[in-house]
Design a protein around this ligand. Structure first.
Ligand code: HEC
Ligand code: HEC
Ligand code: HEC
Ligand code: HEC
Length: 511
């Protein structure tokens, strides 16, 4: 009931299309994009001003039809059609338009007093356009001149990810731009060389953070739950860049034909997502401190907990009363962080400081009224440990093929127990297995030539396919078309899922 079917479609995509369809690169048809004129008052982002998508869209810049060749004459210059790709196929180009739909209108009606029209309320625009959050929160309506500005109407456009272009628009057309040492100082966000930066860019909207909040109020009013996983979302985003080049920028040390991009995306995604979720938790905790003005903030925030712990049918016999007890979580306590954290414990040895810190926090947050002065230092500690991990991934330094294989084996092994916890953990283990399986193919230099699965892969793919089926929500006519939830996730299903991960653990062992 709570879950939008479309969201789950992401998982299907990842498994099927991402393996065989990754190399189906840009095929943007020609589209003439007349340069639009940005508004008279470009809004200020953090430091620099936005220039608007109009400054990228010219046919000679990024609005071409994808036929322009690179200077070597052989390979396509993908940057020539980035705009065309975005406007035609990227969901971000519609991010503003959805604020004008009946669904959004109904959401703000449900939210009640104090909300403006969705397309004029900064609490929606901070994620559905290029508007940056500001600290002035007294009035959430955006000024009229800004509300009418094309910069917002363009939705999540180039500068939301690549950075406000005021200072780099000129320099970035010059030859030496890729190696320009001061790019980031000009406001350009280096998504290419630095995957942590790339992940941070996505999570600011797909997880949220200070000033960007999809809380339980919004969800209850009709907003989809945010459950982000970087490798899946990255694969689902229609690429407007050269995917092969991207892979080559992260070579495997022992075999330069192989790439570690996918493995890094998954690892960095897990860590960055967790960090963003913790940042959001700290922001919410600070808002309930007595000395803070936002004393009316909801605490604890339901959106951080497993949805289906509260929203499930009571049944008899009840599989929840028969399942294996979960370490540190007693029956009836609130399951916190079910989506964003379960696999961090797989990355680390069981008694590592990070696993320890997260377990402690999970216990604190599992109480009906978590004590803010306990929560804040625990969050700080966990974030420090995550930051120390992330530092290792800020440059294309290498992961080895052995480490990737070890992670794949660990996810399938630990997944057997984790998948019995709840749907969130099972879905994360599934996504992790898919990502690390891709990652292994990439280390073998295989992914771009693998058109038809080899027999060794066939069995593995069948197991993954079964898992995907078992994780699917009931479909119409069993469940309403628009909303769905895993109400069929019960002990029978968990048993099958468990068996499939067991099988996978064997299958992923190398011959
Ligand atoms: C923290 C960032 C954030 C905020 C704040 C936010 N959204 Fe969203 N919204 C998203 C993301 C991300 C998605 C896509 C979710 C997905 O598919 O994984 C989305 C999806 C939606 C959808 C579904 C779109 C579709 O194509 O089906 C609607 C409608 C929507 N948001 C409306 C709103 C409204 C109205 C508000 C303000 C009341 C709002 N959003 C606030 C990030 C946000
Ligand atoms: C949702 C985030 C996002 C948005 C919005 C976005 N990009 Fe990108 N862009 C990326 C990512 C991720 C990459 C891949 C990493 C890289 O090459 O920097 C990329 C790569 C590129 C590249 C490098 C292409 C290559 O292969 O050389 C260009 C050029 C580009 N984007 C232009 C644009 C333009 C123009 C727009 C707006 C019409 C846009 N981007 C909107 C995330 C985004
Ligand atoms: C400024 C906010 C923002 C940023 C930054 C952002 N997104 Fe989004 N993203 C959204 C919103 C809002 C939607 C929903 C759009 C809609 O459905 O109309 C969305 C939708 C998507 C979807 C489609 C989801 C679905 O259910 O079909 C994918 C995939 C996606 N984003 C991937 C990414 C990736 C990968 C990055 C980082 C490179 C990123 N996004 C950065 C706001 C953002
Ligand atoms: C601690 C318990 C709790 C948790 C956790 C929780 N909710 Fe709720 N939720 C409630 C309560 C209580 C209501 C109000 C019920 C009503 O209006 O009948 C509600 C209402 C809703 C509604 C509107 C009513 C409906 O049936 O459509 C939606 C949608 C919803 N929640 C989704 C979610 C999602 C998605 C999550 C996970 C991110 C979640 N909830 C987590 C307790 C919870």
């Amino acid at each position: 009931m709570l879950y939008r079917w479309r969201q789950f479609r992401g998982l299907r995509w990842t498994c099927l299309l991402a393996v065989w369809g990754w190399f189906a690169v840009s095929s943007a048809g020609a589209q003439e994009a007349g340069p639009s004129i940005p508004g008279a008052h470009p809004p200020v982002t953090s430091t620099f001003q936005l220039t608007g998508v109009g400054s990228c869209a010219a046919a000679g810049c990024h609005g071409g039809d994808g036929s322009r060749k690179k200077s070597d004459g052989t390979t396509v210059d993908f940057s020539s059609s980035s705009y065309s790709e975005w406007i035609q196929r990227d969901p971000h180009a519609r991010a503003y338009d959805v604020l004008l739909t009946e669904r959004s209108k109904n959401m703000v009606r449900q939210l009640g007093q104090g909300w403006h029209a969705a397309h004029e309320d900064s609490r929606c625009l901070v994620c559905h356009s290029t508007l940056e959050p500001t600290s002035a929160k007294a009035d959430y309506s955006v000024p009229q001149w800004l509300a009418q500005n094309e910069l917002l109407h363009d939705g999540v456009s180039c500068e939301a990810c690549h950075g406000a272009a005021e200072k780099w628009l000129g320099p970035h057309t010059e030859r030496n731009w890729r190696g320009h040492p001061a790019r980031e100082g000009l406001g350009f966000v280096d998504l290419r060389g630095n995957l942590v930066r790339r992940a941070e860019t996505c999570v600011k909207c797909h997880v949220g953070g200070p000033g960007r909040d999809v809380n339980h109020d919004l969800i209850a009013a009709g907003h989809p739950r945010l459950n982000f996983e970087l490798s899946a979302y990255h694969a689902n985003l229609p690429a407007h860049w050269n995917v092969e080049d991207d892979r080559r920028a992260f070579p495997l040390l022992e075999n330069s034909r192989g790439s570690i991009l996918e493995a890094k995306l998954w690892l960095v995604g897990q860590l960055t997502t967790a960090d963003a979720a913790l940042d959001l938790l700290a922001t919410r905790a600070e808002a309930v401190q007595p000395e803070s003005k936002g004393g009316a903030a909801a605490w604890p925030e339901f959106a951080e907990y497993g949805c289906f712990a509260c929203h499930h049918d009571l049944q008899s016999p009840n599989w929840r009363q028969q399942k294996e007890p979960i370490k540190g979580r007693k029956a009836g306590s609130y399951p916190w962080g079910t989506w964003n954290f379960p696999l961090l414990t797989v990355l680390e040895p069981p008694d590592s400081p990070l696993t320890d810190a997260l377990l402690k926090l999970e216990q604190t947050m599992g109480e009906p009224a978590p004590v803010v002065s306990d929560v804040l230092p625990q969050v700080k500690r966990a974030r420090e440990l995550i930051a120390a991990e992330l530092v290792k991934h800020t440059t294309p330094v290498s992961l080895t093929a052995d480490r990737i294989q070890q992670l794949l084996q660990r996810v399938t092994r630990d997944g057997q127990a984790l998948s019995g916890r709840d749907w969130d953990a099972a879905a994360q283990v599934y996504l992790g297995t898919v990502a690390l399986y891709h990652a292994r193919l990439q280390t073998e230099g295989k992914i771009s030539s693998l058109k038809v699965p080899e027999p060794a892969d066939q069995e593995l793919l069948t197991a993954l396919e079964t898992l995907r089926e078992k994780l699917k929500f009931p479909q119409p006519p069993e469940a309403p078309a628009r909303f769905a939830s895993p109400r069929n996730f019960d002990s029978d299903r968990i048993k099958v899922i468990h068996e499939q991960f067991k099988k996978l653990e064997e299958l992923v062992k190398r011959p």
